[in-house]
Write a protein that binds this ligand. Sequence first.
Ligand code: NAD
Length: 487
Amino acid sequence: MKLATSPAAKELGAEVRREAMRIAGDAVHSERVIAVHYPYSGEIVATVPRAGVDDVRRAIRIARDYRPRLTRHERYRILMRAGELIAQRKDAIARQITLESGLCLKDSTYEVGRASDVLLFAAQQALVDDGQSFACDLTHHGKQRRVHTMREPLQGVISAITPFNHPLNQVIHKVAPAVATNNRMVLKPSEKTPLAALTLADILYEAGLPPPMLSVVTGEPAEIADEMLTHPDVDLVSFTGGVAIGKHIAARAVYKRQVLELGGNDPLVVMDDADVNKAADLAASGSYKNSGQRCTAVKRIFVHQRLADDFTQALLERTRAWRHGDPLDPKVDMGTVIDERAAMLFERRVADAVAQGARLLHGNQREGALYAPTLLDQVRGAMEVVQQETFGPVSPVMTFKDVDDAIAQVNSTAFGLSSGVCSNRLDDIMRFVRELHVGSVNVWEVPGYRLESTPFGGIKDSGLGYKEGVQEACKSFTNVKTYSLPW
Ligand code: NAD
């Protein structure tokens, strides 16, 4: 197999391959590897083991047979130490994320910073004793007893499956709460971006995590994913990814707890009292950051018809100024999307929209996986570019006439993840908060705004309503046990 040609990529490839081989251990034969490509150049930057079903079974068995006994303080120390190590190695990890995903260094550096936050919040959560105590003499048939609750880690193993778009952050949002709650996890990162997960596992081991608490299996989903969904020792499947695979998992992982964080098609609503420049700043960053590959990226922009021209002009200026290009250039605002196939899909959807009457104001140019920030207006809700999740840097502008119309248009897709609203009128704002069929409403913020600890997740096709975010994940990853005492 041909390895990377650039010296930096070659160095990274060798290092990651060594780490990966160590994690997967001797079950992996050297010829069974998958290649990780740098989307900007197409070169191979690393190879990782291509695990088979037996490797997955072995990882699950190792996890099942181990009973973590870490105290809260020990879990806190491991998570805090891992956070320190990540902060120390921020630049190297960001570079690795850029090489495996094509995300620009600005985006990957931001992602590494978020990962440190997740570890901090998970460490704090490890210290929280959220047991409750209930007096039992509350009714006429009450007794002089008390019921107490405590949270326990799951009996079985957690299967975690993550997408490509935040190679580190999606992974750490599953791993850190698992460590905080003394669980054992087998993780399968995206086959497109498996390197950050391997790096994170090594950092956690270095910080003192007992290795059976976390195994990373890398491989082709067609070969290994089903075992992770159906193995009898798996109690919980925690999945982040697209709707199609999420629904497949929902049907396949029978009698297992499921946390499914799926696709989005998030709106930014710009009301007629909004400051168009402020709103256009949010629209541009919401649409183009992370190459538009955030589940909560701005995917549909609804502008009050009175503001439409001014707003679109302001967004056009920002779109033109959004520098895209070489992901390793620290000045660049946007790198590539994940691969050429994805970029070609956006190109085709935008061309179809234009053929159906939309107006292309900027972009829709492609060079391999490099796809320009793209702005179009006069878009209608029935066009594929907004009916489906267009998981790239495309900014489609639509108009509405009043609040009822805006709410109806926002609610007209199958998705219901998050939203942003630009208005200062509290009566309108509260209507959006109450009537949008979504998991979050951010006023004067992008839909993606969140703390790493706050509840996060969607409804409808975007998820079953169980949240992630460190606090909620710790709840999903534990069982509540009650015990009652006569005192
Ligand atoms: P994807 O659904 O194609 O893949 C996600 C993961 O599922 C990968 O690890 C993949 O290997 C695995 N997989 C593939 N086939 C499988 C199978 N049969 N059984 C089990 N697992 C299987 O998603 P993607 O393209 O990597 O990521 C983009 C999608 O993720 C977008 O739709 C985005 O909105 C969504 N996403 C959602 C959130 C959220 O929190 N709601 C966050 C980030 C991304």
